[in-house]
Design a protein. Structure first.
Length: 386
């Protein structure tokens, strides 16, 4: 049964709740990495017009999914995820989308210390290489690395100075110009930048303020690479309920308005895709009635193509997450959690089951945690004051 926890808080009018929610996501990703889903995980294909999904196969041994840590190998037709078994042991899985069979499963990550972290996986289909960002606690530096999905081993390419943490789910590959872009956060100044690094040399090409806007509390989320090798995302101005579809210049971080998006109140992290052949940008968000929908926009015309209820589920406790697209076929894939079996009490850490609205907020904040169990919620301001 779903429950909504409502919190009334005094919020500084100068402080963007979008920024607060981003900080909340950082904390969940780095401190509480396990997203509690359920007892059976399935690989599924998704119909963007109807919102329905079709089961391809179950994924044996996977009980927990690390949100935002999936990518797609178009060369070999493989869905790559980081998943954990019932004992919270992480593995890197490569799954054949035709058969649903697990092609490789290796412990993940290998050879790292307790303060190290390997994240932001993304597959480059032009050179058939899996890339990631590695944080090493002893040096307190982040590195661009290439990763072997069959063995779990990695190769350092170069360090990327200037930031402490990475906003999960912002990594984008430009397979034409061979660059890797992501949003990094300086946790001392609470400023974020859009970094673009060369995949061959690892050198930082650009590090522009992000978003490059008149108000530092503005936000751009759900970044993807469009068919013209530009970044595309959703812009939300500070203290506004207006969302705009924009393109982003990787060199300057400046965004260009495409059209105003209407009808939704909040987005769902890690559930967005870009169909290069159809030029469609799709993302999951809540409408004004708090129904989750899969919105698909034609980026050329800015027309809304479809917005079905998503996911379509018989059991509202189930979920469909980690959307990925095979641009060679146009097929959308995801992971479906079946809540058919219950277990003992587990800490609730799922980003995909959390919705915060309105966003930004001035007084009343609604936090839908997807459960009626007793929970503790802590809200921090931009100075990290509780």
């Amino acid at each position: 049964m779903r429950g909504t926890l409502k919190i009334t808080a005094k919020i500084d009018h100068r402080m963007s709740f979008s920024l607060l929610f981003n900080i909340f996501l950082y904390a969940l990703f780095f401190v509480l990495p396990y997203s509690i889903f359920a007892q059976t995980q399935y690989l599924v294909s998704i119909n963007p017009t109807s919102g329905a999904h079709s089961i391809i196969s179950s994924i044996p041994t996977v009980q927990y999914i690390n949100s935002g840590r999936s990518t797609f190998d178009e060369v070999n037709g493989r869905f790559i995820i980081v998943g954990a078994d019932g004992n919270f042991n992480d593995s890197l899985y490569s799954i054949d989308v035709s058969s649903g069979n697990i092609v490789t499963r290796v412990p993940f990550p290998l050879g790292l210390g307790p303060n190290d972290n390997l994240s932001s996986l993304i597959f480059n289909n032009s050179d058939s290489t899996l890339y990631a960002l590695l944080y090493i606690g002893t040096s307190q530096l982040n590195y661009l690395v290439s990763l072997n999905p069959s063995t779990g081993t990695y190769i350092l390419i170069d360090s990327i100075p200037g930031f402490q943490s990475i906003l999960s789910g912002t990594q984008v590959i430009d397979d034409v110009n061979q660059t890797y872009s992501f949003v990094g956060l300086n946790q001392i100044t609470f400023t974020s930048k859009l970094y673009t690094v060369d995949l061959v040399t690892g050198s930082t090409l650009y590090s522009s303020n992000f978003p490059n806007s008149t108000n530092q509390f503005d936000d751009i989320f759900n970044l993807k690479q469009d068919s013209l090798n530009n970044l595309i995302g959703i812009f939300n101005a500070f203290n506004s309920n207006i969302y705009q579809l924009v393109t982003v210049n990787k060199t300057t971080g400046i965004h260009t308005f495409i059209d105003t998006l209407r009808g939704f109140s909040n987005y769902v992290p890690f559930n967005s895709i870009y169909n290069k052949s159809a030029n469609l940008y799709s993302f999951e968000a809540r409408d004004q009635n708090s129904n989750t929908r899969l919105y698909s926009y034609d980026v050329t015309t800015a027309n809304l193509v479809s917005s079905p209820i998503f996911p379509v589920l018989a059991d509202t406790n189930d979920n469909v997450t980690e959307l990925q697209i095979d641009n060679s076929t146009g097929i959308i894939y995801g992971l479906h959690w079946d809540n058919g079996i219950t277990t003992g009490a587990l800490e609730h850490n799922s980003l995909d089951m959390i919705s915060v609205y309105p966003n930004p907020a001035s007084a009343l904040i609604n936090i839908d945690i997807g459960t009626e169990k007793l929970v503790t919620v802590e809200l921090f301001n931009s100075l990290v004051q509780l």
